[in-house]
Write a protein that binds this ligand. Structure first.
Ligand SMILES: Cc1cc2nc3c(=O)[nH]c(=O)nc-3n(C[C@H](O)[C@H](O)[C@H](O)COP(=O)(O)O)c2cc1C
Length: 653
């Protein structure tokens, strides 16, 4: 019933009959039958290639489902080589498939490459040792070798031909430790790095735990790329781009990039890139961004997610006490006694609201409802909550559940592309009853807002009260910080960061810089004016009722967190812009927040301008939260959180 010529006749036209016959006689070796390997053998079989040598020691698991050609329920726990050989033979029963069910190793490498016309690499990214050996063996035996790497929603292709630059000459792996080899492989594979700009959750890339995210589209693109090159190499057709040149196509970015790195990883551009990448990996390792150990009880899992709630300057004014598997006590403290931005503790209360809302959302992931009750305590600064989780069969996972970890503050300029009506609507709905959104999205309004922010920043940068806060809350040199704002997340360039770091070590330096060098200009232009102009919109969350009590602010914080999570769900970046609102409240209440009269006067003037802009006159008590949103990449530096155990207190009952 099966007939080779009929089965692959639709290739004819793009290949001649004679070429199809040549493909039928060729043998391709594929090591690794996971994400790309499975797609490779299927695509190459359909191209009419007649023989394969395939190797993999692994079995299909559920986490392979997003991308691996053979991963489906009926193949769970079956050896990948067996499944893929069977799938390929189901397409071409005449196939000659040599299976290596223990994977490739030193002992079978020769047999694996015996009689092979082309090697298509699809080993696990981190299987670096054996990959080096396979490529080196290919070079020694004169076998062309192709590697197509699935990156984001694109594919990067590198080809090593006999007589041209070798894998080792390109990647320079010899004598390097495994971590360095992984970096070199990554940087060498895709010098264009097209995929990085749309990575939405950087914490999912974990070089230290040898884990990274993947997409099915990238694997399919790789298979298309590699099979095209297989055709060209095996049929001696057309121009083949060979290392040190590489091609990277990114479907998400609509971009094709051809790179050229003479000397491979020894090239000065690559060396610089490697240096930066090394620093980023180290910073992540030092910051402890690794996979959490699995947690035993629902309350631990809920709190483990809730600790990602935002708080002013990443202060996290809370501690948790575990009572049993379903109960905990939360102890909070505000920072009004030392932080000028925490007037009456309201900023802390908003953060506590965000925490409680996140607990509610996290509980839905456990099929539970969370009940958070505030105790009647004497102190307004130290609030205590009893949290109880109760199973509720009807509760569905909240639609914001999966955005808690990836919600982040982006302090860099964003795209000015307008928000769609649907997005605005979704954000307006997210805050819930009792709250509205004021939008400032037209260019003239954004300009006016940027101006207010620019002038307002002078207060932040020229008052000793704010200086004390920044001195304490910026984690200099850090890309990730568990308890402060990392330097790299400030959203300013290297020079400005260096100047700020120098100045913030003493108040004398700040005043010197401000007096003689207009020291506030550089940071204000970048942190406030540029960002104020470059966004889709500024927003203010307002409450129908004036905010009067602690609970009003806590509830406002809950609405704020829903808004932020919805923005994350909509793929938008967000930055709070709370300080103009906070200084305005000082002014309105007639409280002097600084010893510098000129800055107090500036605050007075700006409070008027903000009121004018917001058009809310005496309704200032209704303002909950202010910020900006827009499209753009996620930040590459962010505040993180200490592990849950560090947030626990032991006041055993
Ligand atoms: C009440 C409150 C006020 C904030 N004010 C500002 C602000 O004025 N400017 C800013 O850039 N970030 C502000 N943030 C963001 C925090 O600095 C940020 O949430 C925190 O550092 C944690 O980082 P993450 O949001 O990236 O997880 C504020 C957050 C909260 C909860």
């Amino acid at each position: 019933m099966f007939d080779y010529h009929t089965a692959f006749s639709r290739n004819l036209g793009w290949v001649t009959e004679a070429e199809q016959e040549i493909l039928r006689t060729k043998r391709i070796a594929i090591a690794g039958l996971g994400g790309v390997g499975g797609s490779h053998i299927i695509t190459l079989t359909r191209l009419g290639v007649g023989s394969f040598s395939i190797a993999d020691f692994d079995r299909f698991e559920i986490q392979n489902f997003n991308r691996q050609a053979g991963a489906n329920v009926s193949n769970l726990d079956k050896p990948k080589v067996d499944v893929m050989a069977a799938m390929a033979r189901d397409i071409n029963p005449e196939l000659d498939v040599r299976c290596f069910p223990t994977g490739v190793d030193d002992d079978n490498l020769d047999a694996f490459l015996d009689g092979v016309d082309l090697y298509v690499d699809s080993l696990d990214f981190f299987a670096l040792d054996i990959r080096n050996k396979v490529f080196n063996a290919c070079a020694a035996k004169g076998i062309p070798a192709v590697t197509a790497a699935p990156l984001g929603m694109g594919a990067a292709l590198l080809v090593f031909m006999p007589g041209a630059m070798s894998y080792e000459e390109y990647f320079r792996m010899q004598g390097q430790d495994p971590d360095e080899q992984a970096l070199r492989f990554m940087m060498g594979l895709a010098p264009a790095r097209l995929q990085l700009s749309y990575l939405v959750d950087d914490t999912r890339v974990d070089f230290n735990a040898k884990k990274g995210p993947s997409t099915p589209m990238a694997c399919e693109l790789c298979a298309g790329f590699a099979a095209t090159y297989a055709l060209k190499i095996l049929l001696d057709r057309g121009d083949v781009i060979v290392a040190p040149r590489g091609i990277h196509f990114d479907a998400y970015r609509n971009k094709l990039s051809t790179t050229w790195r003479p000397g491979g990883n020894n090239n000065p551009v690559q060396r610089l890139g490697l240096m930066v990448a090394r620093r980023m990996v180290m910073a992540k390792r030092d910051a402890g961004i690794t996979e959490q150990a699995s947690l035993d009880t629902p309350i631990e899992r809920v709190l483990d997610l809730a600790r990602w709630a935002p708080s002013g300057d990443n202060e996290q004014p809370w501690k948790f006490e575990l009572v049993d598997a379903h109960r905990a006590v939360i102890y909070t403290h505000d920072t009004r006694d030392w932080c000028v931005y925490d007037l009456d503790g309201t900023s802390s209360q908003i953060a506590v609201g965000a925490l409680l809302e996140t607990i509610r959302i996290a509980a839905t992931g456990e099929g539970m409802v969370a009940n958070c009750l505030r105790r009647d305590t004497e102190s307004a600064s130290e609030l205590v909550f009893d949290v109880t989780l109760a199973p509720e069969p009807t509760v569905a996972a909240d639609r914001h559940l999966h955005f808690v970890r990836s919600r982040v503050t982006q302090r860099k300029p964003l795209s000015t592309k307008a928000l769609g009506a649907r997005q605005k609507q979704a954000l307006e709905t997210a805050v819930g009853d009792g709250y509205r959104i004021l939008w400032f999205d037209q260019a003239p309004l954004r300009r006016r807002m940027a101006k207010v922010l620019f002038h307002n920043a002078h207060i932040r940068l020229a008052t000793p009260e704010a200086y004390e806060v920044h001195r304490k809350n910026i984690d200099w040199g850090a890309r990730f910080s568990q308890d402060r704002l990392p330097e790299h997340a400030l959203g300013v360039d290297l020079l400005t960061r260096k100047v700020m770091r120098w100045a913030l070590t003493s108040w004398q330096r700040v005043t010197f810089l401000n007096r003689f060098f207009a020291g506030t200009w550089l940071p204000r232009l970048q942190m406030d004016l540029a960002t104020g102009l470059r966004c889709a919109a500024h927003f203010v969350i307002v409450s129908e009722q004036p905010l009067q009590s602690i609970d009003d602010y806590i509830n406002g914080g809950r609405a704020m967190q829903r808004f932020w999570l919805e923005a994350t769900r909509q793929n938008l970046q967000l930055q709070p812009e709370m300080t103009p609102m906070i200084f305005s409240r000082y002014v309105e209440q007639g409280i002097a927040f600084t010893s510098l009269p000129a800055e107090q006067q500036l605050a007075q003037r700006l409070a008027g301008e903000l009121s004018h802009l917001l058009g809310d006159g005496e309704r200032t008590a209704h303002r909950v939260y202010m910020g900006r949103v827009g499209y753009g990449p996620a930040p590459t530096s962010r505040s993180i959180r200490p592990p849950l155990e560090k947030l626990l207190v032991n006041t055993a009952q």
